[in-house]
Design a protein around this ligand. Structure first.
Ligand code: ACO
Length: 335
């Protein structure tokens, strides 16, 4: 029997309009453009402003654009997975809300939380429904309103994160394209270094948790850096070796955009020149689940059918992994 693979057949991103520059941050906390640029590579990030707006409102912009671009009717969507750490509410799932706002009625939908690795976890999860033949159209969203959990008086974290999202459509193909292989891993003992202390069942919200600022991101930057820089590079190299790919066979590395130094270290370990690495951290910062689809969206016009792409991510949990993807279309096919 011919093997079915899950191919990305369209991609759409969305970032809010407001630009929070390093210069603005200099007026908010004791930091400098020079420190932020040399330590992280970030120059600016986007922030969702406005009352009553949430992660789903960004995601629905990307999803609606994706449906139009791919000529997909909302009722044709079988499944939507939303990877996020900033759901609109604890429940229901943000994916349910996105479907409602985008007019998607016949799909089942759920959220997936793997911090910054969420999008690759969701991509692999969604691809299983395609590969088994169960579904024909699966949307995978990576979306985060990080500004909703950032303490803008904490210089260690407020300079890093931004808001944004992307969505991809997965469809079956019998060609040798699509998701070819993946390695996904986790180590929950890493949670001590990166977490949100309150708001869950361990420590429900209270006046005390709010006074203690426990609803914001807690990150021990250096400890996370050490794990991220080795795990992301190790897994990217492992998936290359597993699939007999040499550096010259790789068209693009799509790394999670957490820190330019981590991105550079991963590219170097893979033997790739900078030109083959998608980098937009300078414009958007770390949008958590948004980083990888935002890169693919921005580079879409440069991607060619058959391009070998390695996607690599590391995030809270700890979670990490890599995907080997063979790009399935030339962008002009969508025009
Ligand atoms: N401006 C100026 N100085 C600062 C700032 C700032 N914004 N932030 C920290 N500093 C100071 C510190 O106080 C410290 O000062 P000290 O030496 O006097 O104590 C000094 O700068 C060095 O601080 P470090 O934390 O050691 O800086 P580092 O080089 O490690 O950079 C960073 C910090 C950018 C957070 C880095 O550690 C990093 O990128 N870590 C990994 C992040 C990551 O990959 N996260 C995973 C994904 S996120 C997710 O899953 C939600």
């Amino acid at each position: 029997m011919t093997k079915l693979r899950a191919a990305i057949t369209a991609i759409q991103g969305y970032v809010p309009d407001f630009v929070l520059t390093n210069e603005i941050l200099e007026t908010m906390v004791d930091t400098s453009d020079e420190w932020i640029t040399t330590r992280t590579g970030i120059k600016e990030r986007r922030i969702q402003k406005g009352e009553g707006l949430a992660t789903s409102d960004m995601a629905v912009e990307a999803v609606k654009g994706l449906l139009i671009k791919s000529g997909t009717k909302p009722e044709e969507v079988d499944l939507m997975i939303c990877a996020t750490v900033t759901p609109d509410m604890v429940y229901p799932a943000t994916a349910n809300i996105i479907c409602d706002k985008a007019g998607i009625k016949n799909a089942f939908s759920y959220d997936l939380n793997a911090a910054c690795s969420g999008f690759i976890y969701a991509l692999v999860t969604g691809s299983q429904f395609i590969e088994t033949g169960k579904y024909k159209k699966v949307i995978v969203v990576g979306a985060d309103k990080m500004s909703s959990i950032v303490d803008y008086t904490d210089r260690q974290t407020c300079v890093i994160f931004g808001d944004g999202c992307g969505a991809v459509l997965l469809e079956p193909t019998t060609e040798e394209t699509g998701i070819m292989d993946s390695i996904l891993l986790s180590d929950g003992s890493g949670r001590i270094h990166l977490h949100q202390k309150a708001g869950g069942s361990l420590r429900p919200s209270s006046h005390e948790t709010i006074d203690n600022k426990e609803h914001y991101i807690y990150q021990e930057g250096q400890a996370v850096f050490k794990f991220a820089v080795t795990r992301m590079a190790d897994t990217a190299v492992e998936i290359m070796e597993k699939n007999n790919l040499k550096s010259e066979d790789i068209a693009w590395l799509v790394p999670h955009q957490a820190n330019l130094r981590i991105i550079d270290a991963t590219g170097k370990r893979m033997g790739l020149p900078r030109e083959k690495v998608m980098i937009n951290i300078q414009k958007f910062g770390n949008t958590t689940n948004g980083t990888i689809p935002l890169c693919l969206w921005e580079w879409e016009n440069q991607l060619k059918k058959g391009d070998n792409i390695i996607i690599a991510a590391f995030g809270g949990g700890f979670t990490w992994g890599a995907i080997y993807l063979k790009w399935a279309y030339n962008s002009w096919q969508l025009l």
